[in-house]
Design a protein around this ligand. Sequence first.
Ligand code: TXA
Ligand code: MG
Length: 315
Amino acid sequence: RAWTVDTQIRAYDSASLAEAAALIRAGEPVAVPTETVYGLAADATSEMAVARIYAAKGRPSFNPLIVHVSDVDMARRLVAFSPAAEALARAFWPGALTMVLPRLPDCPVAELASAGLLTLAVRLPSHPAMRALIAAAGVPLAAPSANRSGGISPTRAAHVLASLGGRIPFILDAGPASDGLESTIVRPGDGSVTLLRPGPVTPEAIEGRTGLAVLDPSQGEGITAPGQLESHYAPTKPVTLDRAEAVEGQFHIGFGPGACQRNLSPSGDLVEAAANLFATLHEADASGFSGITIAPIPHRGLGLAINDRLRRAAA
Ligand code: TXA
Ligand code: MG
């Protein structure tokens, strides 16, 4: 496919929503915000539509996608819910939690979306634009982050345009994503959950609200999200972590007090830092500086997910 698509970027309203839904029904991928990051969504029940996602992203086809639903009943038609999954859905859906669950035998989702695995990653997002698009299209939507494979996840429509402009037909713009970090991914087990990817829903919140023990993949079944093996979120400039102070010639990303080019959160608030993270990496990468240095981020709460993304950016 030649990449000469005319990419429309449209503010989210009822007319743009109807256009986006029509494109989805025609098997095209559409960029749409969720509360975590912007996703590149397509009809999860169509192998062709899912293939167009992989193609537009330039993504290795073995890396499975998250399937988004507009209500819990839609999820129940795709995957088998265990008691732990029920408890997690009650506590955190709609929201930034993705669950990896066994596909039902008659699951209508394209094999390509789960890349041949017997499990499927499902999420009920809270963002009204994504929920309205799923409902209007009438099908679950497969949606990875809306960036070229290996790039930084987009938290604004402009990031999507910079990464996928000319490769996708349509971007629904509903402003910046509020969480700014991809969803937490867990595999519910028997009285416990394995944390496959840290994210906005923290282990403390999971244990506190469901009583389920949170295991990391090394304690659990040793399984990780396949996509976690890749170097992801990589800026084109060298990235150095844990620099308490600014360095001459480097774009310094601060956290808490201190001189820097851009501060993730002057007050040291991890939620604010997460929301600013990817936009700041985009800005640093586009700047005239030869490298990027980043202040230490505490390893608690959301800091776990922020440090996970930073380690990948520096890898
Ligand atoms: O916040 C998010 O999760 C965003 C928005 C758009 O929903 N999506 C997102 O998707 O971050 P993506 O494709 O960039 O990351 C999905 C991750 C990948 O690491 C993939 O390997 C993992 O989910 N994954 C998908 N299906 C899986 C499965 N069946 N088992 C294990 N990991 C799975
Ligand atoms: Mg991604």
